[in-house]
Design a binder for this molecule. Structure first.
Ligand SMILES: C[S@@+](CC[C@H](N)C(=O)[O-])C[C@H]1O[C@@H](n2cnc3c(N)ncnc32)[C@H](O)[C@@H]1O
Length: 204
């Protein structure tokens, strides 16, 4: 079976299916290491929260408040289960969210930022990183140039390793793991994955 193309036309249906498939998955180890590193644990942002696995984990890991941000109505529906006094759901595109400067002890963005259109990415990513408190933590994934979704039609953004390091200017890179191999998507489709797994701490 050929790898299905990533295009913007069916993306909202794909996100709804992904959110349903992810519902009962455990937290990823990178997120757990990032949460352990963040101190204090006053406020975290879960950007591209999806099925809210990370939001729920961060609440259980001791964050006083978590803001979950996603543009998918399916994610908003999941958020009805969250404790209203400790979690806020914002239905917004990354591109439209007003990132409060230096506000979060942890910003998590798991497998979500590659979906920002490439022409908007630099400004949106800079604003997202600017919302991390000095000394706070950023974690998440960016996709590499060899990823099979790296086509003109995808409307997504992809990066080389040097580019990722440059984008993290003002952050100490704690972990930068690279995966580059054939695999499958969560929905069972064949895909070449090229992923940068990032854990970084804001220095300035
Ligand atoms: C592949 S899913 C990952 C969800 C979750 N972080 C996880 O790891 O299970 C990508 C998520 O990002 C959200 N997303 C994609 N593009 C977005 C955008 N431009 N603004 C806000 N959310 C977006 C989707 O709705 C979806 O929930």
């Amino acid at each position: 079976m050929a790898t299905p193309p990533q295009t913007e036309s069916h993306r909202s249906e794909r996100f709804a299916a992904y959110i349903a498939a992810r519902r009962f998955d455990p937290p990823r180890p990178l997120l757990m290491r990032a949460a352990a590193l963040a101190e204090p644990k006053d406020h975290a942002l879960d950007a591209g929260a999806g099925a809210l696995n990370a939001t729920k984990y961060l609440l259980s890991a001791g964050f006083a408040h978590v803001t979950a941000l996603d543009s998918a109505p399916a994610s908003q529906k999941e958020a009805e289960e969250l404790p209203a006094d400790r979690a806020t759901f914002v239905l917004s595109r990354f591109e439209d969210f007003r990132y409060p400067a230096g506000a979060y002890d942890l910003v998590n963005a798991e497998f979500a930022l590659p979906f920002i259109r490439r022409e908007s990415f630099a400004a949106v990513f800079a604003a997202l990183l600017g919302s991390v408190k000095p000394g706070g933590v950023f974690t998440g994934q960016l996709f590499g140039l060899n990823d099979s979704w790296n086509t003109a039609e995808s409307g997504m953004n992809f990066h080389g390793r040097n580019d990722v390091e440059r984008l993290l200017h003002g952050f100490e890179i704690v972990e930068l793991e690279e995966e580059d191999h054939p695999g499958k998507t969560k929905l069972g489709e064949p895909k070449h994955w090229h992923i940068f797994h990032i854990l970084a701490r804001r220095t300035g």
